[in-house]
Design a protein around this ligand. Structure first.
Ligand SMILES: Cc1cc2nc3c(=O)[nH]c(=O)nc-3n(C[C@H](O)[C@H](O)[C@H](O)COP(=O)(O)O)c2cc1C
Length: 378
């Protein structure tokens, strides 16, 4: 057993991300208005506590492994100001942890908005509230207007990852070291830093990163346990190649096992036609096209994950569900799609529905039993 395997085994005692289910599941962006769907269609998610807790409890009942909130400080304008109303991630995670039993509860943290000493302490506290289910999702940010709210300089792309490397180094030391330490970096200097008690998870809580650029991928491989990858293409071979390259890079460069997840959106109907009609209605009739234009133009400048021409073709998928993998059709077709993701090698996928609560209730009632029968959750 490698040292990394031993670490994973320790955390598996409390964090379900390490269970042996074939395809792990999670929810995405239940803390923000609109959830993952940029549309003015009826029934999109409101940002209120009863809705977000209802979704967390549905996920808990199906033993989903992950509840991943999105870190967002401002909406995208357009027709719906998508994601403009939202709960802050650490405090959301603390509350949700107290109300759930099974899933790993994530907080998504924009590096420059939280000092690492504060982030380490908040994360440790949530790890105790959740009894070892906390996971820290590190994001360096790309939506420049929200950083202007903090009055902080928005660094160049790769410098943001350099800063993140110092940030997580300090956090991991606070989580694991018993003695006071000094840290003298380019971005942070800390004196006689110490943190007690230690987190429940040993040696420390699970870390996730969704960086996809070369610098983001290097950061994820070196510091994260879970890498999220957004997809540029949906055919099985490209997806398999993407998963393999993430995993191989982490192993070859850093001898680390990286779990690889993605995100998918579900439009389900009694018939495929019904599902496709609803998709067309949400995306093409009621979709927030001015909002998505704002999103991709800023993402195109500030992230290096997608070529700008590629982003233009992905607008439809950003509207339908944060550029997730499309799961559109009958319950049987949804299960087939999940099998395809599993065969491509993904450890897990986040899910979202346009009418989030209604969609997830239907999933629990009619689709989840088929997912289990298909052997994905045994
Ligand atoms: C599943 C997932 C979750 C993400 N969550 C957030 C988030 O909450 N806030 C944010 O600003 N960016 C988020 N991102 C964006 C990434 O952190 C990253 O900035 C983006 O994929 C661009 O990669 P790059 O920074 O390596 O260029 C997320 C991406 C994915 C795929």
């Amino acid at each position: 057993m490698s040292p990394q395997d031993r670490i994973d085994e320790q955390r598996a005692a409390t964090n379900p991300l390490f269970n042996d289910r074939k395809l792990k599941l999670g929810t995405f962006c239940t803390n923000l208005s609109g959830g993952c769907t940029m549309s003015a269609a009826d029934g999109m998610l409101d940002c209120d506590w009863p809705s977000t807790t209802r979704l967390a409890q549905l996920a808990d009942a199906m033993e989903f492994e992950a509840l991943v909130p999105v870190g967002r400080w401002k909406g995208f304008g357009g027709n719906t100001d998508f994601n403009g109303s939202g709960f802050e991630c650490y405090t959301w995670a603390a509350g949700i942890s107290a109300l759930t039993k099974y899933p790993a509860v994530f907080a998504t943290s924009h590096v420059p908005t939280v000092h690492p000493v504060m982030a380490a302490k908040q994360a440790m506290t949530i790890d105790h509230i959740s009894q070892g289910r906390f996971t820290l999702n590190i994001v360096t940010g790309w939506f420049a207007p929200e950083f202007e709210m903090f009055g902080a300089p928005f660094l160049d792309h790769d410098r943001r990852y350099e800063m993140a490397a110092e940030w997580i180094t300090i956090i991991k030391r606070l989580w694991t070291e018993e003695e006071e330490f000094d840290f003298e970096g380019k971005f942070y200097q800390v004196k006689k830093a110490i943190m007690r008690p230690k987190p429940v998870q040993k040696p420390h809580p699970v870390v996730m990163c969704a960086g996809a650029s070369p610098a983001g991928r290097e950061f994820a491989a070196k510091y994260a346990d879970v890498g999220f990858t957004a997809l540029e293409a949906h055919d099985p071979d490209s997806m398999r190649a993407r998963v393999d390259s993430h995993r191989k890079y982490a192993w070859d460069e850093h001898r680390r096992n990286l779990m690889v997840w993605t995100n998918a959106y579900i439009f389900q109907g009694e018939t495929e036609k019904e599902a496709r009609d609803y998709y067309r209605y949400c995306v093409f009739e009621k979709g927030d096209w001015p909002g998505v234009e704002n999103l991709v133009s800023i993402m195109g400048i500030n992230s290096q994950s997608f070529a700008p021409n590629m982003l233009a073709t992905l607008k439809e998928h950003f509207i339908a569900g944060w550029n997730g993998y499309p799961l559109i059709g009958t319950k049987e077709q949804i299960v087939d799609g999940l099998l395809t993701l599993s065969k491509a090698g993904f450890d897990g996928t986040l899910l979202s529905w346009p009418r989030y609560i209604e969609g997830m209730e239907e999933f629990q009632r009619v689709t989840y039993p088929l997912v289990q029968q298909a052997g994905l959750r045994g």
